[in-house]
Structure formats: C-alpha cells, structure tokens
Write a protein that binds this ligand. Structure first.
Ligand code: PEP
Length: 249
C-alpha cells in the first residue's frame, strides 16, 4: 500500500496571532492538494486563530511541543488536553532546537510520544545527526538510538500512525540540503530500524519525512525517493513557496 505523503510546516518562533491568520489566508489556496496531508505546526499562541482560519480547508494544525503530564504545577507548559481541545492533530516532538536549547532528551521525547498517542495526537518525532557525527561515520548509530528510545513502549499499531522526521542538524536553517542519496539512505535506515523494533508491516506503514532547508527546487527529487514520505519544512513554510513544496509533483 502506497503511503500518503505528508508535508508539514514548522513555523518555529515566528508569526504573531494576527500575522499567522494573514499567512494562513495567503497559503490556503496555494496548499490545496487532495493527495498530500498538509500540516501547519505553529507557536502555541497561534493555535486557536490558525485552527479557526483553516476551518473547511485541507490544512491540519500541529503544535511545536507539548508536555507529558495531564495538568498541574508546570508553569509555562501545555498539556495534551489543551491541544486536542483547541483542535490540534499533530505535535512536533524532539526537534533539534528543543534538544539543543531546552534540554530535551530522547527520554523526555519518549514520555511525550506515549502521551501524544494516549490523546490521539499524531507525533512528528524528529531525529538527526550533527555534522561532527556524520564526519565520524556514526550517523546511523546515533539515529537508531534516538528512534529506539523515542519509541519505547509504543505499540506497533500506534507506531504505524506515527511520523518520523529525519533532520540532519547541519542542514536545518543553513541552506544546506542533504543530497537526495544521503536523505534516502538515512530514511531507509530508519525504516529498517522500525522493522527491527516491530515488523515489516509497521515499517511499511510509518511515514518518514526529510527536513533541512527543503525548498521548491529540492522537494520534487527528495519526495520521489522510496523511503521519503514528505517533508518537515522550516523557513520555506512561511512563504508562498510552501504551496510549491506541497504541490511538488
Ligand atoms: C525545521 O525547522 O524543522 C527545518 C527543517 O527548518 P529549515 O527548513 O528552515 O531548515
């Protein structure tokens, strides 16, 4: 069974609520596509206006992070219930920026993964190596470890619905895209790792995105690869170019 492509924008810490609505109104007609899942992952404060502005469209809304507790004394955090009540369907977990600047670890990512599934939110779990790790030849060892820990306790049925975003850290926001061969090789390695943890059926079902300076020029070749099921897009998701990326064919 062919996997459905998924193209998600990661807005990061950009767009005030009013700017967010303006951007949605610009992008709405450009991202229409019946064959691709389109997700806007937006800052917490933009979630409610973006859900409102995307009603009746093919756009689904995602959060950029989430806490793993249900409620309580966790000042500044957002619970899964808050997200689902607001209309959120996806959540980005373990983005390299959160791992680097906010002490996110694979263990906390795993707790968040389990919580997301419990609440019916689809996780987009990010993994990826540094340039140093790539040069040392340990890319796949490192990523396999991130995936194994991230999926601890996740059932095969849950894993089948998950999304993994392979994002080489050296390619994020740098304008350097991994070559198609590099991206396909790692995404195939991630799929093999899922087959080892679970089985072939789960590996065949799970969707694996590439992320790292994806643009309208690079998307067609990247997304045509056997193991690349779409992209997680940062910078270019804030521009009309995102429409070309969604409609990459
Ligand atoms: C990202 O933020 O996940 C990302 C891939 O950013 P960019 O496309 O800007 O490299």
């Amino acid at each position: 069974m062919a996997r459905r492509k998924i193209v998600a924008g990661n807005w990061k810490m950009n767009m005030t609520p009013s700017e967010a609505v303006e951007l949605v109104n610009t992008l709405k007609p450009l991202v229409e596509n019946e064959e691709v899942d389109v997700v806007f992952c937006v800052p917490a404060i933009d979630i409610i206006p973006v859900v409102e502005a995307t009603k009746g469209t093919n756009i689904q809304v995602g959060a950029e992070n989430m806490y793993y507790e249900e409620k309580g004394a966790y000042t500044g955090e957002i619970s899964p219930n808050m997200l689902t009540d607001a209309g959120v369907k996806y959540v980005v977990l373990g983005h390299s920026e959160r791992r680097e600047y906010f002490a996110e670890t694979s263990e906390t990512v795993n707790k968040k993964m389990l919580k997301a599934f419990e609440h019916g939110i689809t996780p987009i779990m990010c993994c990826g190596e540094t340039l140093e790790q790539r040069e040392q030849g340990v890319t796949m060892d490192f990523i396999r470890q991130q995936v194994k820990v991230g999926f601890l306790g996740v059932t095969a049925d849950q894993a089948k619905t998950a999304v993994i975003a392979y994002e080489p850290i050296w390619a994020i926001g740098t304008g350097k895209t991994a070559t198609t061969e590099q991206a396909q090789e790692v995404c195939a390695g991630i799929r093999a790792c899922i087959a080892e943890i679970y089985d072939e059926a789960t590996a065949e079902a799970i969707r694996i995105q590439y992320g790292g300076s994806v643009n309208a020029k690079t998307a067609p070749e990247l997304f045509a690869q056997a193991d690349i099921d779409g992209g997680l897009v940062g910078g270019a998701s804030l521009k009309a170019e995102f429409g070309q990326i969604v409609n990459y064919k």
